[in-house]
Design a protein around this ligand. Sequence first.
Ligand code: GN1
Ligand code: MG
Length: 359
Amino acid sequence: MNTNEIVGQFRLEGKVAEIRPLGSGLINDTYLVKTEGDAPDYVLQRINNAIFTDVDLLQHNIEAVTGHIRRKLEAAGEKDIDRKVLRFLQLKDSPKTYWTDGQTYWRMSVFIKDSFTYDSVTPKYSEFAGENFGRFEAMLADLKEPIGETIPDFHNMELRARQLEEAVAADKAGRLKDPEVQAILKEIRDHVDEMCAAERLHREGKLPKRICHCDTKISNMLFDADGHVLCVIDLDTVMPSFVFSDYGDFLRTAANTVAEDDPAVDKVAFRLDIFEAFTRGYIKGADFMLPIEKDNLPFGALLFPFMQAVRFFADYLNGDTYYKIRYPEHNLVRTRNQMALWRSALANMDHMKKFIAQL
Ligand code: GN1
Ligand code: MG
């Protein structure tokens, strides 16, 4: 079936004028569905079923989360709600919000009008983003419906470390002999223990899990033309996790002076102006945080470049089966970049701690 026929399975308004690729996600395939006249435009996504194996659970989570946020916005008397929370379309012949032919899985949501995404932001926008990602979690704090893990242990550093060791043991792509690969592996192994602190604190009963977004890269937030935050998008990985997930993944993308796959490793640096602005906003929005969560935010800023490096590196050793790549060394380039960011954040640890203590 072609995308036109798939779109035809959903309850949409208007006539389709054009369908074209949208965005830069590394997992799903995304399209913009333009319609004729005044009808809204839509986003069509093919869900990567190799990664999200339980699409029923995935869409159940998303419906629970968007429904809960919508009701809160309504109760607060918000205007323009359709631009502040995503709305997924049901099928013509069932209330389900995804369609499958048994092999591929598809969903559609309303495209939010006059919205913009960014791959880099000013400190001012970061502060708005921080407050809104924090508020996103705060809004979900009283969600009664259970939210399952669409990818079990998604942000569990101990699991990611084990997966890397499995990739090393198997060396499927024969890449382990490269001296650079050996050096990266050594650096990761030297620090992996300290990077698993959150799981230990959780086992000791000191660190709670919250419902988090778990993919707070800067491009997953929509802004309006004036730079105000409209809405959080890409809800596939909303699940219980530590606050570090959302705090850390934003800084991993927004506080890097370059993109996550920029090969110019010497240009990679952790931006303190973005860190400070985002942290101020996040602490304001995530008003539920315990002292142990707040005090460990600098750890979260280190954890995410490190975890992402481990994930890209494991995929490189496995022969690039998880992330989309555009050239053979893409995952290695991403690994180098994320390790450089981690080193730069590490060098700023004292500054980060002091800054948070005085807030
Ligand atoms: C993936 O596809 P996208 O851009 O939403 C990944 C994230 C990574 C990110 C790195 C389900 O996100 O965890 O941080 O790539 N999502 C999944 O760019 O693995
Ligand atoms: Mg995502």
